[in-house]
Ligand binder design. Structure first.
Ligand code: ADP
Ligand code: ZN
Ligand code: ZN
Length: 744
């Protein structure tokens, strides 16, 4: 009987995005399985290319005579499990990429990398026989090298290759001849690269609190009953989430299953890793962007073979092919780095859900500041919610003061520090305590607001702030709406309407003017260019080498600073005015995290939030540390504007070297979309220049589409692709981003 394989060929082109049938020749029948990488002849010229087998069957709809044979198995390939192909299929359907792109994401290291082989030498004969032979040659001048080696093997079982060629200076021809004469054996052990070396042993010696134990018991009982549940742990930093994760992993390993732990790259610090390695030793491994291809490949092989049972890493760790995955943990679930900005533009939270579903594994998300999207799912009952409210490390929650910068201006204070903040900084310097000044500066500067009344100029259609372009006009980055430059506030007539231009460097200078002799450390994109600078600045500050740490959002993560008793947020509004529907959410998260930096030790902490919009709900709820209150207000806005998760959104992103062509393609897409969706409850915004209009000499355009259901957007995307295959042939690239997280 003839057997056929469905092969996805390694060519990224929409026209070829379907399986092609090939015959499995008899000599490969044993080897070709679902997931095997093969070589096949393709096209009229029968060029040999790589492909992935995604299915096998005994029949074909084509004329069997015309079906070509698979040429060979691709050498040195790893083969995928059918579960990984299911996952690739999910990526393809959900994120609108070709199957080959999806397969490459799921199997990130395509080719095997030469593994490190360690050679050791040992005797092949008994001790007596070896001794006898040694005696027979030891005085012969031309057998010195052989004698040197055998002499060693009389007193030792094995010698490493390095020692033989190094210290003993024995060449490969000597080894070969001894091996051929049956006197020695060369053992080859392939070694896997292990990126982290930490010893087991350092196990924390506390018992879990009742709240923590309850979470562990619930998840474990569900898993034992065969219910692979989904859970959310909402708990402030230091409330014991990681301790719960570790116990859950221990329970999972006990059942003979494996665990994936997702941690944002920025939080993968030595301290965090040490806790996992301390408990599980070399059963754990790490996957991150600094690993070499060889190291990544070895982690995959070690996972498949069962050498490791726990993998820790950012989003790519999700694709670790464990044989019996039992648990997926995602810490700091709200982090924007979980969204891939490369195609497929997947969100690790959604993929984690699919990975857990395919393997019937439990899924545990955790954060101090849940994302609106995840919490929406919690509210719908898709996740079981656990709360951890107490800080186990001691220290109390800080007192928060909101300072109205409009009042400061009215009273003649035009400095970047309010009077209250100046006063509190002075106290800290006198008491030799530390302060952190946080400049909330994310996204693109260029928004315009009024210093007198706090008014922010917004798009009337999209309810996000407009930002100023080089031509002086104000633009909306969703729909392209624009207005001329403003010089007077449309709300109060003040002339203090301008962009916010302060940077961390300027803050440092002003601090030194105000407090001569103050020791300042600065942390921003400029001072953290080199690899270790981030850790270096933080540890210098932790050691008390400065009085004040000034920085952007990157300082709200990582290290504990027990001597920090004051956190000042210089302009809370900056992220509020960010031209994105997520700006309220980002602001709440940043303010909450910044506030969490004060009062970690014995000394009580204070937080000062300076803002032009003291009444904004993000500021108010962050000051009150009230997440549920914030969630309700934010959802009202999302519902009203039909932004995710209330509605669904698709960004269609266009890239190209010639602006006219990129624009024309984007406009033709927008035109088609408007024609198809006329009269339906679907909004098409744009086409317009992207927020970053040009990057690396590539022009960027974008269309946003909002609809009630994701499926509607996917159908539109498919229709657009069909149309494109028919009508366009240019070099422009089109990508789809569903429920975008970062501005394009
Ligand atoms: P989170 O992950 O929520 O920030 P951690 O699990 O890191 O919290 O816990 C914070 C600190 O409290 C850690 O130093 C941890 O060792 C300690 N800790 C956690 N659980 C307990 C407990 N039940 N008893 C005492 N200390 C604990
Ligand atoms: Zn005004
Ligand atoms: Zn708009």
């Amino acid at each position: 009987m003839e057997v056929y394989a469905d092969i996805i060929v390694d060519i990224t082109h929409e026209k070829l995005d379907r399986p092609f049938q090939y015959r499995i020749p008899e000599h490969l029948a044993e080897e070709v399985r679902v997931g095997t990488q093969v070589q096949v002849p393709f096209g009229n010229a029968n060029k040999i290319i790589t492909g992935y087998c995604i299915g096998i069957s005994g029949k074909t709809d084509f004329d069997p005579v015309r079906i070509k044979n698979i040429s060979s198995i691709k050498e040195g390939s790893t083969s995928m499990e059918s579960r990984q192909i299911m996952l690739a299929d999910f990526l393809k359907r959900r994120y609108g990429v070709t199957m080959i792109q999806a397969l490459k994401t799921v199997l990130p290291v395509k080719q095997s990398v030469q593994s490190i082989v360690k050679k050791t030498i040992c005797r092949a004969k008994t001790l007596e026989e070896t001794q006898e032979y040694y005696n027979s040659i030891k005085d012969k001048g031309n057998q010195k090298a052989k004698a040197r080696l055998l002499e060693q093997l009389l007193s030792r079982e094995t010698i490493s290759q390095e020692e033989v060629t190094g210290k003993l200076r024995i060449g490969s021809s000597t080894l070969k001849s001894l091996e051929e004469d049956g006197l020695i054996k060369v053992q080859r052990i392939s070694q896997y690269r292990n990126p982290v070396h930490m010893a087991q042993g350092e196990v924390a010696n506390y018992t879990l609190s009742a709240e923590q134990q309850y979470i562990v018991d619930t998840v474990t009982a569900d898993a034992k009953a065969g219910v692979a549940g989904k859970y959310y742990i909402h708990g402030i930093t230091g409330s014991g989430k990681t301790a719960v994760y570790i116990e859950l992993i221990a329970q999972t390993l006990k059942e003979g299953r494996q665990a994936i732990v997702l941690i944002p790259e920025i939080s993968l610090t030595y301290q965090t890793l040490r806790r996992f390695f301390g408990r599980f030793g070399d059963k754990v491994s790490v996957m991150n962007s600094t690993l070499s291809q060889g190291e990544k490949y070895d982690q995959i092989v070690r996972a498949m073979k069962g050498d490791i049972q726990v993998i820790i890493g950012p989003r790519s760790a999700l694709f670790t092919p464990f044989p019996n995955l039992g648990l997926v943990i995602m810490d700091e679930e709200h982090e924007t780095s979980y969204k891939s900005e490369l195609s497929p533009k997947y969100h690790a939270r959604e993929v984690a859900e699919e990975v857990a579903r395919i393997s019937s594994a439990s899924l545990v998300l955790g954060s101090a500041t849940p994302s609106i999207e995840a919490y929406y799912r919690v509210q719908k009952g898709d996740f079981t919610l656990f709360q951890l409210d107490k800080r186990l490390t001691g220290g109390s929650l800080p007192g928060v003061e909101v300072v109205d910068l409009r009042e400061e201006l009215k009273d003649g204070n035009r400095s970047i520090f309010s009077r209250s903040l100046q006063e509190k900084l002075k106290q800290r310097l006198e008491r030799k305590e530390q302060s952190i000044l946080f400049l909330n500066r994310r996204g693109y500067s260029g928004f315009i607001s009024c210093r007198s009344c706090g008014h922010v100029i917004r798009c009337p259609h999209c309810s996000v702030s407009l930002s100023q372009h080089r031509d002086g006009r104000l633009h909306c980055h969703y729909c392209g709406y624009s207005v001329p430059k403003v010089t007077l506030c449309p709300e109060c007539g003040s002339k203090y309407i301008l962009g916010f231009k302060v940077g961390t460097q300027q803050i440092e200078e002003k601090l030194k003017e105000l407090f001569p002799g103050v020791r300042v450390l600065r942390m921003d994109a400029d001072t953290t260019r080199t690899k270790d600078s981030y850790e270096r600045i933080l540890s210098a500050f932790a050691k008390g080498e400065a009085d004040v740490l000034v920085g952007t959002q990157m300082i709200v993560k990582g290290h504990d600073f027990p001597r920090v008793t004051l956190v000042g947020v210089l302009a809370a509004d900056l992220s509020l005015a960010f031209e994105d529907f997520r700006s309220g959410e980002r602001t709440f998260q940043l303010l909450t995290q910044a506030a969490g930096r004060a009062g970690r030790g014995e000394l009580p902490g204070e937080v000062v939030i300076q803002t032009y919009q003291p009444d904004h709900y993000s500021v108010q709820y962050a000051a009150a540390q009230d997440f549920t209150g914030f969630y309700k207000s934010e959802m009202q806005y999302r519902e009203f504007m039909q932004y995710p998760p209330a509605g669904r959104m698709m960004a269609i992103q266009f890239f190209g070297a010639e602006e006219e062509k990129v624009k024309a393609l984007a406009e033709s897409f927008a035109h088609d979309l408007r024609t198809w969706t006329r009269g339906k409850k679907i909004q098409v915004l744009g086409a317009t220049q992207a927020a970053i209009a040009k990057l690396k000499d590539t022009y960027r355009y974008v269309i946003y589409v909002k609809a009630g259901r994701l499926e509607t957007l996917i159908l539109l995307k498919n229709a657009l692709e069909e149309q494109r295959i028919k009508k366009h042939s240019g070099q422009e690239i089109v990508q789809y981003d569903f429920d975008p997280v970062n501005m394009f």
